[in-house]
Design a protein around this ligand. Sequence first.
Ligand code: AP5
Length: 214
Amino acid sequence: MRIILLGPPGAGKGTQAEKLAAHLNIPKISTGDMLRAAVSEGTDLGRQAQEYMDSGKLVPDAVIIDLVENRVSAPDCKNGCLLDGFPRTLVQAKALDRAGIDLDYVVELVVDDEEIVQRMSGRLSHPGSGRSYHKIFNPPKVEWVDDITGDPLVQREDDKEETVRHRLHVYHKQTAPMVEFYRGLSTDCPKFVEVQGVGKVDEVFERILSELNI
Ligand code: AP5
């Protein structure tokens, strides 16, 4: 099964993608996590991406399309994958289509901007895996420590309120038209579903599962 998970920054894509990928036993492909790994390894890609990411802008389409096309052709994606944070522009969506990567579902997580600004101020992230927590809404078992690896958690550079507001602006300007493109397809394959992303993490997950009919 191939699914894309769309939604504004902080809508809970990473949180839900982790659960859904485990549930379906398919890899989660997060362009944000891949870019952050490249930044921390100091690769050429990381150097190109860092300035865009820190200021809350989108990394250029050509760079991202290359990255995703390489990743989805890996053997572990043979039975499907879950794309988190890609595509984010119409150009990226069309590249996915041209590459013959057929989708089963396009899931949009809907959360309003003010709720997102509040969420981001409490987010804690595990740099190695991209796992997200929240100080109040989704706390780790031990404060500032990843549940799985025991590594320390960090606050992301781009989670400052000013940068989050800019990322939301970029989402409404550059990504929302692409969401409308998928919504307008009215096909069964891919099937577009809209899921309210507010409520407990497990409640949102149940809503997604019921929409996917699995
Ligand atoms: P990326 O890492 O993809 O960031 P994003 O889309 O802005 O999304 P986030 O990771 O910030 O949020 P999320 O929706 O995953 O929410 P989360 O689950 O963490 O991208 C970062 C940057 O990389 C971009 O700005 C861009 O520069 C670049 N980039 C990446 N992909 C690109 C592309 N395709 N094209 C161009 N550039 C690209 O949850 C957020 C918080 O809320 C957490 O604290 C979580 O615990 C909490 N939470 C989750 N669910 C709930 C709930 N139900 N109730 C309360 N709190 C909740």
